[in-house]
Write a protein that binds this ligand. Structure first.
Ligand code: SF4
Length: 280
């Protein structure tokens, strides 16, 4: 059996910063409140929960004068205002790459541009980005959905940071042919996402891979995109959150296995999988 570890597997810069920062802030504050999940990795969430990180669904649940963290992929703008007015302190964990897109969208409002976000409606980052558009916003995830965009003199199209880059290019081509010079297109797929997808495609192209193991949260958008890359190439793909979800007895002697992981998967979970496979 041949085992290939994707050298880009695991935490991206934004997730590493967020986890390190909140871990250190939890030494100063006994409790820190955060909207939803800090990252899409249940094992990391449960570890931080034990240290005092409390997740809320609605800001009204948070006691007055609490310490509140802003999650990695941002929150809606009106919630940010409530936090500023009611929290005793704020721990900003929002990734600088997401903050940059929020600024691009805010600027688009100054030129009365309608914003198109290539992404998924229910993703926290998209909910946050939508809230910064002051002249209308449409979320699409496929070239066929370009017809959902209402008539506008000026348009700006950007992407969720973890969107599939190949799909973004396809939507861009449709958008350009439909709107011509009235649309500005900025590829805001995060470098970390771009590099991971590109690296995995290269590994799958250069090797005769029989199995792909993608480690990461089942709700993690960037992890799901990595698994999609394997499935679209008809490679037996296993999207697992941890070692227990993979049947080691399915590994055959002549297998070539690539192991990769999403940007929110901690090293220790990747190492557990690699060690178990090495022992075979
Ligand atoms: S994937 Fe990119 S945008 Fe998201 S947290 Fe990581 S570095 Fe930031």
């Amino acid at each position: 059996m041949k085992l290939i570890l994707d050298n880009l597997a695991g935490f991206c810069m934004g997730v590493r910063n967020a986890v390190e920062k909140v871990t250190s802030e939890l030494e100063k504050h006994p409790l820190i409140y955060i909207h939803g999940d800090i990252i899409h990795n249940p094992q990391t969430i449960s570890r931080l929960k034990k240290k005092g990180l409390i997740s809320y669904k609605d800001f009204n649940e948070v006691p007055a004068k609490s310490c509140v963290a802003i999650r990695t992929h941002g929150i809606p703008y009106d919630e940010y205002v409530s936090i500023k007015n009611h929290a005793s302190s704020i721990v900003n964990l929002c990734c600088s790459r997401v903050t940059k897109i929020q600024s691009i969208i805010k600027k688009a409002g100054l030129t009365n541009s309608h914003v198109i976000i290539c992404g998924y409606h229910d993703h926290p980052e998209v909910k946050s980005l939508q809230s910064y558009a002051s002249n209308g916003v449409t979320v699409i995830k496929h070239p066929d959905e370009i017809d959902l965009v209402p008539p506008a003199d000026k348009l700006l199209m950007i992407s969720q940071t973890t969107f599939d880059e190949e799909l973004f290019y396809k939507i861009s081509i449709s958008a350009k042919s439909q709107f011509g010079n009235s649309i500005d297109i900025i590829n805001t797929v995060c470098r970390a996402t771009h590099d991971r997808q590109k690296n995995l495609i290269s590994l799958l192209t250069k090797n005769r891979v029989t199995k792909l193991i993608v480690i990461g949260g089942h709700q993690s958008s960037n992890t799901k995109r990595l698994a999609d890359i394997g499935k679209s190439r008809k490679i037996a793909t296993y999207h697992i959150e941890e070692l227990a979800e993979f049947e080691l007895n399915t590994v055959a002697n002549d297998d070539t296995i690539v192991v990769t992981a999403g940007a929110s998967t901690p090293d220790y979970i990747i190492n557990e999988v690699i060690n178990a496979l090495n022992e075979l």
